[in-house]
Design a protein around this ligand. Sequence first.
Ligand SMILES: Cc1cc2nc3c(=O)[nH]c(=O)nc-3n(C[C@H](O)[C@H](O)[C@H](O)COP(=O)(O)O)c2cc1C
Length: 413
Amino acid sequence: MLKEKRILLGVTGSIAAYKAVDLTRELTKRGAEVQVVMTEAATRFVAPLSFETLSRQPVLLDMFSLAYGSQIGHIAATAHADLFVIAPATAHTIAKLAHGLANDFITNIYLASRCPILLAPAMDSDMYQHAVVQENLARLRDRGVHIVGPASGELASGLTGPGRLVEPADIVEAIERLLESSRDLVGEVVLVTAGPTREPLDPVRYLSNRSSGKMGYAIAEAAGLRGARVILVSGPTSLPPPRGADLNRVETAQEMHDAVLSELEAATVVIKAAAVADYRPKQVASRKIKKDETVPEVTLESTPDILAEVGKRKGRRILVGFAAETDDLVANARKKLQRKNLDLMVANDLRQPGAGFDSDTNVVKILDARGGVEELPLLSKRVVADRILDRVVQLLKQRNQRAETGNRKLETG
Ligand SMILES: Cc1cc2nc3c(=O)[nH]c(=O)nc-3n(C[C@H](O)[C@H](O)[C@H](O)COP(=O)(O)O)c2cc1C
């Protein structure tokens, strides 16, 4: 599993830093290439030489020395890394990561890296339970950072409670699990739609909805991290483009329809998280409608049904839709799933606090085509994104298994 994997191991200034020596040994024993990065404080607990001997590589320590020949160290270090693990992670480094501070090698690598990130916090239990540490960890979790531990037990301070660094064997196991899931969309092309559409009434006015695009952008980011090529067709949002995604910006439902159908050929998975307008003004005034004219009456007409269209041309693709409802959530979502030939339907209950538009969290139910309903608790949209992709990966595996069985039957038949 770890053979030839390139692992960046960040070590920070905790009393548990000595356990990172064991972790380095375990990782290299399993065939991983380990590059250790230490904070200044970490060197007060363990000498870099211990890590250098076990990893057979110089430790990255001084950000201002050009560690990789003439290249900038933190950029070069991240270029080929499969995973960045920080163990132990101190309260101080966790705070810097949560707020984007970057004054040492580890924090710069965090900002520059595209690989999965795993933190193993270690600190005194009063520190760990402090609200600000909990807030910082939650912030990082919501951004897709994975966290293992801490364990509960006797601490260096003499106190007993949560805060102990988990054992190196548990960190190795978490790394293996993460590496396995982190590349499970390699070779897939995931087409995601996100955000609202705007349906013009005149050159300055439009009909739209409250979608922020956060759910779709979180899915695009998560799919990219799991190795997929991502095409994001996005209505107007104020969000920064997810790293690595091919972004196609559109405004109207018609433009979204055209963009999705033109990208569909390449896609193996389609996830339609956009809140596309169902109706648009039938007439679009070519000049701004003046206030002093009589109150205008607006006649609406239907927009193209993108999801139904994609459902018809689905082929072997996995197709995931979203339904935002205020009434009869599951019944309505199930009808839509069947009518539109979907594999999964993610149903948002708009009446639940923390769910739906413009929120950073969501409360969803995932319906499948076999009649199953998975209810997820209140989670950040980034975590929901991964849970949806876990289901997509399951369906891809089942589809591939069916194809293999079919091929074998053909060969023997
Ligand atoms: C003996 C000793 C043990 C420490 N252990 C921890 C620890 O386990 N966790 C922690 O968050 N901070 C611990 N600290 C405090 C950190 O070393 C300090 O916050 C430092 O600034 C961390 O820097 P860094 O995050 O850049 O490595 C300890 C300090 C001392 C003196």
